[in-house]
Design a protein around this ligand. Sequence first.
Ligand code: BJW
Ligand code: ZN
Length: 300
Amino acid sequence: MAPSSDFQAFRDTLATSQRIVVLIGAGVCCVRRCPGIPSFRGPNGLWKMKSSKTFSTPEDFKEDPSTVWQFYHRVRQRCLLAQPNAAHHAIASLALPSVRSRLMPTSALGKPPLLVTQNFDGLSLRALDALADRLDPVEQKLARERIIEMHGSITKTVCLQCRHVKQSFDVALCPALEGAIEANVGEKTIPVDQLPRCGGPHWNGSNRYGRCGGLLRPAVVWFGEVPEGMGEIAKELNWTDLLIVVGTSSLVHPAASFARTVKSRGGKIAIFNLERSQADENADFLFLGPCEVTLPSILG
Ligand code: BJW
Ligand code: ZN
């Protein structure tokens, strides 16, 4: 049966759903398409570089950490400058008790919907932070715990030596990267000892001495790595009765299989996308158009 595009029928399903998961992708807004922020491949794009290398695997990083760091330094700058848009705000508002009791009376007393974002831009959390004055501290803590950044976060780094994870909102993580911004990505080679380094303590098993100094990498999930929060997501998908899939091509696994999983367990699937996507075969509802318009008009 063709998926429905009936706003009211979707609202009725939302109103009677008890466990809701929202899966978010790059179409919601990320460095690729925020106003004023260049695309990856355009003439001023992030992928303006001398080679056609990819930066999406641990092997790429091992082979050429200087180029990969320059690329993520640019992505990071754009993410820090970007602002949540109307789609982020509409999704974040599902954590507000007033919105939940209006739109989702059946689930309003339980936990807020689980937001699983594939974006590493931090914008879903920032949209929630923008609601801080409308949530009490307990509600805010719970709402933050209900956001999973499954492909990591560009604001975090991991030390390859001690595995320490650190969050930083500084634009440049080391002077050499700050200096490399004038050049195309990869045009300049930064010696590995000048790339971002761990400031944490060094451990020798039982006591600590000196500074770790290990090479840091961006805490984003590359191909071949296990995404974050998979245990919690898998548990939640067992019981999800409505999965809302927003702005993802559903080409990258495991997120690409969430719709099939939920559907096979009797849940409903609602898709918000500019165009048809891989997940449509499982869709009960399909709302084509910019999600920054469709989501607020349905949830508003
Ligand atoms: C709008 C809009 C608007 C635009 N409004 N909509 C063969 C078969 C099956 C799997 C595999 C396979 N070979 C390898 C794999 C596994 C691999 C994989 O899926 N590869 C595929 C390419 C085939 N996956 C992995 O390796 C993952 N790990 C894994 O599987 O571990 C095993 C395991 C899993 C679970 C438990 C235990 C073990 C890791 C994947 C990591 C992905 N990382 C990236 C970042 C890379 C670095 C970088 O690019 O900087 O995450 S890849 C990239 O894609 C990024 C995104 O989060 C992710 C998804 O992209 P998304 O969000 O779908 O974006 P787009 O651009 O593809 O789509 C945007 C959509 O928005 C479009 O549909 C537009 O129409 C729409 N849109 N504007 C609404 N205004
Ligand atoms: Zn370290």
